[in-house]
Design a protein around this ligand. Structure first.
Ligand SMILES: Cc1cc2nc3c(=O)[nH]c(=O)nc-3n(C[C@H](O)[C@H](O)[C@H](O)COP(=O)(O)O)c2cc1C
Length: 210
């Protein structure tokens, strides 16, 4: 299966070749794919921030345990969770769905009530955690897209989210940097590329209850 081979090819890239840059078309393609990630109730409680600016990335690296991928990769993708989900956000989602599907907003009232009921039953912290979980689905899709497009990537949680929020002014949009991905092309000198993957045997982590 082609995707399995692509996934074997990919690895969390430690050293990028900073002379090699992704085309803007690649970035657009990745964003389109990320936008197709499923999310709970379809709410997409996240946004994507693409950082290329060198000065910004220098600052971000200082708050990423000085990991070189931040500045040496071609681009840095920040997947940011919404800190809240407002009633207005849900109403906009419903009206967009109605418009795209050619149905009335009234016909989706039950769905809207179900979403609002679900959100009302949760604390702010629970909603924020839920939003952050959705970001990881996007992460999985992005890494698979990269593998298929032969773009190297390093998923990263080794950064201080609050500093990212500050530097990228995410607070203002009620966003929180959740997980980041350095994107680009591997350096020939990255020894990690040839390491055998450490994974469980399938039977250690799988049980079939047919
Ligand atoms: C959520 C997440 C956070 C990670 N954070 C970092 C990180 O901050 N720095 C880094 O070099 N690698 C990071 N990694 C990469 C993992 O160490 C790597 O995926 C794992 O060791 C498996 O290796 P492979 O991806 O090369 O197959 C992260 C991976 C994930 C999924």
């Amino acid at each position: 299966m082609a995707l399995i081979n692509h996934l074997k090819w990919r690895y969390a890239t430690k050293q990028f070749d900073s002379s090699k840059k992704l085309d803007e078309e690649n970035i657009t393609e990745l964003l389109k794919g990320m936008n197709l990630a499923p999310s709970s109730m379809g709410l997409q409680p996240f946004e994507f921030i693409v950082v290329q600016n060198e000065e910004l990335r220098k600052q971000l690296r200082e708050h990423s345990y000085n990991q070189p991928q931040i500045t040496d990769a071609s681009h840095l993708m920040v997947i940011a969770a919404k800190t809240t989900i407002s009633k207005k956000y849900v109403e906009d989602f419903i009206s967009r769905t109605a418009q795209l599907r050619g149905v009335s907003i009234e016909s989706l009232q039950g769905y809207q009530d179900m979403i609002m009921g679900f959100l009302d039953g949760k604390t702010d912290d629970e909603i924020f955690t839920w939003n952050q979980k959705q970001c990881y689905i996007v992460l999985g899709i992005l890494l698979s897209l990269c593998a298929e497009m032969k773009i190297d990537a390093c998923p990263m949680e080794g950064f201080i989210p609050e500093k990212y929020n500050e530097i990228l002014e995410l607070h203002e949009d009620n966003l929180h940097a959740t997980v980041i991905v350095a994107l680009g092309y591997r350096s020939e000198n990255d020894d990690y590329a040839d390491l055998e993957k450490t994974r469980h045997h399938l039977d250690e982590i799988t049980s079939l209850r047919y």
